[in-house]
Design a protein. Structure first.
Length: 540
């Protein structure tokens, strides 16, 4: 019996180590926020499976079934074999995940490393507590892993917040000392990271610019950017501001005092966290409210909710607008009538670049950028307007736009054996997915979309995916979902428009195999969402 227990203990530790890495990674992805973890557990199939998967229910049954060995003289040897079978199977799953490069692990920051090592250490210590039935104890310990990780996350919350407060306070003092620094704040439900990057890239052709990197759009992310990059010669600071509840953008605005604010869009993204679209709009509008009287607020006229907030504000304001098929005459009339302050029109998407015209003031600029996807122009316009506003000449602006580079994992084009692969796995929202899918229209071959269904859409999740299915059915031949979330809704949406469009739910390796055997030269495959990134990385 001791030999069997030693064997199953090794298997148990293999599974537990994998489980600890998974839970710490999940907490990290959700920014150590309990509200986002609860939404994941409540609204996604993956989350529900964490609690009610076949093996979870089997382990609970085995724990309850231990009474059979006491009251009904069920052989304990057979009970041990059941426990061994459970952990042997799970160790096999770990092996498969390992060789498929599918084991989820956190980015090993100091906090994540401490939580991982402490949890594994606690489990390992408890493993050797002498009990009547060691096999039953293994099942109990397995059930406690989630709780231990959560307790440690909460335990580190207070010292983490204390440390963050110190870092933020020092950053505020540092930026307050820069009286002539121009701060541009950018927020929105989607498009804010790309807009931030494009604004910074355009302006840095003439000015010394600092920008928040990646998705560092929290107070501590902004503070770390200030500490790591703000120099004496920095002229402009472009700060992305994200939020999951009312008050967070206000806090960041109070930190950096933006003079210019850009609102890219307001949608149902993260509706589960905000609770309603009205609250989402209120949260995003905090940036505009924080601007000084002589500040400047830019709004995306292509987004209905952003336009409503444009109409609401009494502060100096700018409306930017994309009109793909408008003529020069129409665009200039819009500017003359002050219905918008900058208009992109005559937008022509190509496989490897975009050509478009921009009407601003009394002039028209002919632009070309190596970015792809016509929706990208929407995110470039604020940078063009601010460049003109801050004194860059037309030649400098056109040169800057021509040399913009995309964000990592944002509409990046790759080609292999004649098949085009588009990595757009940085993030996913309904609007972004549709926009990326529309890019595929420039290809004559078959169109594949690998999609991770979206979460945190709240009560609108089913409706959004139904509508998404209707839109995608007009573009794609194949929609490959990486999990079962909202599969039925996407399928119903597709069937109402184009039954010939095929919708599948497949595992990562199955999607890879399907594309390898189905896609041919001239076809295009777009990858949307972080789970789709696993497929992309296996193909290229």
């Amino acid at each position: 019996m001791n030999v069997i227990y030693f064997f199953v203990s090794i298997l148990f530790l293999i599974w537990i180590t994998r489980n600890v890495l998974f839970w710490v990674a999940l907490w990290q992805i959700k920014e150590y926020r309990l509200d986002r973890i609860l939404i994941h557990l409540r609204e996604t199939r993956q989350g529900k499976n964490l609690l009610f998967s076949y093996f979870s229910l089997l382990k609970f049954a085995a724990i309850l079934g231990y009474g059979l060995t006491i009251f009904y003289d069920f052989p304990r040897f057979l009970y041990a074999i059941i426990v061994v079978s459970i952990f042997t199977t799970e160790a096999f799953f770990v092996r498969r995940e390992y060789f498929s490069h599918m084991i989820r692990r956190p980015t090993f920051t100091l906090k994540a490393l401490i939580v991982v090592l402490t949890t594994v250490g606690i489990i390992f210590s408890l493993l050797w507590i002498p009990l009547t039935d060691k096999f039953l104890w293994l099942l109990f310990l397995d059930r406690f892993v989630t709780v231990i990780v959560a307790i440690l996350v909460f335990a580190f919350a207070y010292p983490t917040e204390f440390y963050r407060d110190i870092v933020i306070e020092k950053a505020v003092k540092k930026i307050r000392a820069r009286k002539n620094l121009l701060v541009v704040g950018i927020t929105g439900s989607y498009g804010k990271s790309s807009t931030k990057d494009y604004v910074a890239q355009i302006l840095e052709k003439k000015f010394s610019v600092l920008k928040t990197k990646g998705t560092n759009n929290t107070p501590i992310g902004i503070a770390n950017t200030i500490h790591g990059g703000l120099r004496k010669d920095t002229e402009i600071f472009v700060a992305e501001m994200g939020a999951y509840k009312i008050g967070e953008i206000k806090q960041m605005s109070e930190m950096v005092h933006p003079k210019i604010g850009i609102l890219t869009a307001v949608s149902n993204q993260h509706l589960s966290l905000f609770g309603s679209l009205g609250k989402t709009m209120q949260a995003k509008y905090e940036l505009t409210e924080a601007l000084p009287r002589n500040g400047l607020a830019l709004f995306n006229g292509n987004n209905e909710n952003a336009y409503l907030l444009y109409q609401k504000t009494k502060k100096p304001r700018v409306l930017y607008l994309c009109m793909k098929k408008a003529t020069k005459k129409i665009a200039q009339k819009i500017i003359t009538d002050k219905k918008a302050h900058i208009v992109a029109f005559n937008i022509i998407p190509y496989k490897e670049y975009i050509a478009f015209d921009v009407a601003i003031k009394k002039k028209v600029l002919h632009m070309k950028t190596s970015l792809i996807g016509e929706h990208t122009v929407e995110n470039i316009l604020p940078g063009i307007y601010l460049a003109n506003y801050l004194g860059m000449n037309d030649k400098e602006i056109k040169h800057a736009v021509a040399h913009i580079t995309p964000l990592p994992k944002t509409m990046i084009r790759h080609e292999s054996k004649g098949i085009t692969y588009i990595d757009d796995t940085f993030n996913a929202s309904p609007d972004a997915v549709i926009a990326a899918a529309k890019y595929m229209k420039v290809y004559k071959g078959k169109r594949f979309l690998v999609l991770q269904p979206m979460i945190e859409l709240g009560k609108n999740g089913a409706k959004e995916h139904f509508l998404l299915g209707q839109e995608l059915a007009q573009i794609c031949e194949y929609i490959l979902l990486t999990n079962k979330n909202f599969y039925k809704e996407v399928q119903r949406g597709v069937q109402t428009v184009n039954p010939k469009c095929k919708v599948f739910v497949k595992q990562i390796n199955q999607i890879v195999g399907f594309i390898a055997t189905t896609a041919r030269s001239g076809d295009v495959v777009v990858f949307e969402g972080k789970e789709a990134a696993f497929v992309f990385n296996k193909i290229l």
